[in-house]
Design a protein around this ligand. Structure first.
Ligand code: GTP
Ligand code: MG
Length: 198
């Protein structure tokens, strides 16, 4: 898919205030610093349309970008556990779960994980939460430039292996590097294919 236009529309922390327009929407989610905003810039070939930082916690709000005038790409803050009760029951930030459970336009979540790390409990918890809520998702390995091919393949295989303990069917997955624009074509082609099928 060619990116002919990409424009920032609005930021907010309330799903009810997200754009009303009924066009397909794809959201990028994952832990802080995993590379969500960087990947969005890489896909759109824009240096800093989505704001990035070496320090975690750069993106704080739900950010809508309108692409080619006919679909939305959404940059989100990193998820973390919010402690809600005296029992310290862990839960994801409410405005993030509200976004995913209430956003009607949402077609798919892209869950980003750093290819260098072991599967993290918080990522597996979020993936399971998506599953329980019947929200379609794909997995995106980020920062592939940081590993040699052998280590990368090994980590990806291990991740899929861990997922297959909970899931009968594995999600689609992509291997990406924002610095090298690796995986860009594949991700855009995947989104285009879905858009055309709607
Ligand atoms: P929050 O907004 O805090 O949730 O973080 P984020 O997930 O949006 O991460 P962001 O895109 O801001 O990137 C975090 C850091 O990782 C920055 O220093 C980026 O330059 C770096 N980074 C992101 N993607 C890549 C990549 O593919 N390769 C390398 N080498 N660094 C990357
Ligand atoms: Mg960000």
């Amino acid at each position: 898919m060619q990116i002919k236009s990409a424009e920032f529309v609005i930021s907010n922390s309330d799903v009810a205030k997200c754009p009303q327009e009924n066009i397909p929407e794809y959201a990028f989610i994952g832990r802080s610093n995993v590379g969500k905003s960087s990947l969005i810039n890489s896909l759109l070939q824009r240096k800093s349309l989505a704001k990035t930082s070496g320090r975690p916690g750069k993106t704080q709000l739900i950010n809508h970008f309108k692409i080619n005038n006919n679909w939305f790409l959404v940059d989100l803050p990193g998820y973390g556990y919010a402690k809600v009760s005296k029992k310290q029951k862990k839960t994801f930030q409410k405005f993030i779960t509200n976004y995913f459970s209430q956003r009607k336009q949402l077609i798919m979540a892209f869950v980003l994980v750093d290819c260098r790390h072991e599967p993290q409990p918080i990522d597996l918890d979020f993936i399971n939460w998506l599953g329980m809520n019947a929200i379609p998702f794909a997995l995106v390995f980020t920062k592939a430039d940081k590993l040699k091919p052998n280590a990368l393949n090994k980590n990806v295989a291990h991740y899929l292996d861990v997922l297959s303990q909970d899931w009968e069917e594995l999600p689609p997955y992509f291997i990406t590097s924002s610095t090298q624009h690796h995986g860009r074509e594949e991700l855009l082609a995947y989104i285009e294919q879905i858009n055309q099928s709607l």
